[in-house]
Write a protein that binds this ligand. Structure first.
Ligand SMILES: NC(=O)c1ccc[n+]([C@@H]2O[C@H](COP(=O)([O-])OP(=O)(O)OC[C@H]3O[C@@H](n4cnc5c(N)ncnc54)[C@H](O)[C@@H]3O)[C@@H](O)[C@H]2O)c1
Length: 342
């Protein structure tokens, strides 16, 4: 069993789900249901959050099996942990990650957005590589069992040669719509070469040094494979977190909250032909991939090459909109600091 410690007991760590949920959308529920992980420790600066966590989740775990800490450093100093889940808000990711990376741990599961600038992400990635600690970024919907299965089927030619992938989701480029940026890559590949993007100007008040995070209007992503990705931020009634995968032999519509429809030769193919797996908590699946990697298996999805690609696309959308240019990846401007406070 791999020991997990969570830093930050907010929505995505624990509050989005309850112990009775069959497919909990939160780290705590995923760690609990994953057969290879145990929750050993949690840390939050807020006493109220720690108390709430204990009250709601405490009895779902063996008695006294979870240690509670007032800060990330206190937890890291007092525990021997294998996996750290970093679940604080985006602007705190860099500081917390650089702290976590001082310790001898085996893997980090970092909530999106990876960081608030490309420089921050470069630095944490460099440090992690030096210590051979994989970082997995939580584009959490990626691990929906049906999406993982469809990703494999598409790779194996389900719709022939993929030509275009259209993904739908508006909202903050880096801390919300980025889930769909990942979803586009899940089917188009993680080899983007350039981006033309349009974002809305955002006026919010932000701390000094930061720029507000703009919502995405739309973007075109060119991949080295020749595939074109279209990120649609204004999508009317089409459900968010969904994609259309357009191939030479068919079209696949799927997503996290929309049904799956495969069309070939003008006919809808029955979903029973796709042998889609049963549902599961996306966090359970992700933690299992991390544990399997620690047991000698392949790198988990959304680790370095993947999150770097997704993150580059996000920042390139903003850069392109501001400069009015098509932006080559990797982006040259690595300093732009966005208040991605999701
Ligand atoms: N994957 C998803 O679908 C999804 C959904 C929501 C949020 N998120 C991401 O999860 C992260 C957290 O968002 P949230 O909405 O859960 O935040 P939140 O504000 O609900 O909770 C964050 C918690 O972190 C604690 N904290 C801050 N610094 C700390 C430190 N140094 N040590 C210990 N605790 C610390 C705060 O006290 C707070 O309780 C963000 O990056 C966000 O983008 C992801």
């Amino acid at each position: 069993m791999y020991k997990v410690g969570i830093i930050g007991l907010g929505s995505i760590a624990a509050r989005y789900a309850k112990p009775e949920d069959p497919y909990p959308y939160c780290h705590t529920g995923g760690i609990r249901y994953c057969e290879s992980t145990e929750l050993a420790a949690v840390a939050d600066l807020s006493q109220e959050r720690r108390d709430e966590f204990k009250q709601i989740w405490g009895s779902a775990f063996p008695e006294d099996s979870i240690n509670y800490y007032e800060s990330d450093i206190q937890m890291l100093d007092n525990e021997e942990l294998d996996i750290i889940a970093v679940c604080v808000r985006g602007p705190h990711h860099y500081k917390v990650m650089m702290e976590v990376l001082k310790y001898d741990i085996k893997a980090i599961f970092l909530e999106k957005p990876a960081g608030c600038s490309l420089k921050e992400v470069d630095e944490m990635t460099k440090k992690a590589k030096e210590k051979c600690i994989p970082i997995v970024v939580s584009y959490s919907r990626h691990w929906a069992p049906h999406l993982l299965r469809l990703q494999e089927l598409v790779k194996d030619g389900l719709v022939g040669e993929v030509q275009s992938v259209i993904g739908y989701c508006g909202g903050g480029v880096l801390s919300f719509a980025i889930h769909t940026t990942d979803l586009i890559c899940q089917f188009a590949g993680y080899d983007p070469v350039s981006v033309t993007g349009f974002v809305r100007t955002s006026q919010g008040q932000v701390p000094e040094g930061y720029e507000p995070e703009p919502p995405v209007i739309g973007a075109t992503i060119r991949y080295s494979s020749g595939v074109i990705g279209y990120h649609v931020g204004q999508h009317g009634k089409i459900g968010g977190f969904s994609v259309d995968v357009l191939g030479s032999e068919g079209t696949l519509k799927t997503g996290m909250y929309t049904g799956t429809v495969l069309q070939k030769d003008g006919e809808i193919v029955a979903n029973s032909a796709l042998d889609l797996p049963e549902n599961a908590s996306v966090f359970k699946v992700a933690y299992q991939q991390i544990a399997d990697y620690l047991d000698g298996g392949p790198l988990p999805h959304c680790s370095e090459k993947d999150y770097m690609a997704v993150n580059e696309i996000g920042f390139a959308m903003i850069e392109s909109s501001i400069t009015g240019k098509n932006i080559d990846i990797p982006c040259q401007n690595r300093e732009r600091l966005i208040y991605a406070n999701g």
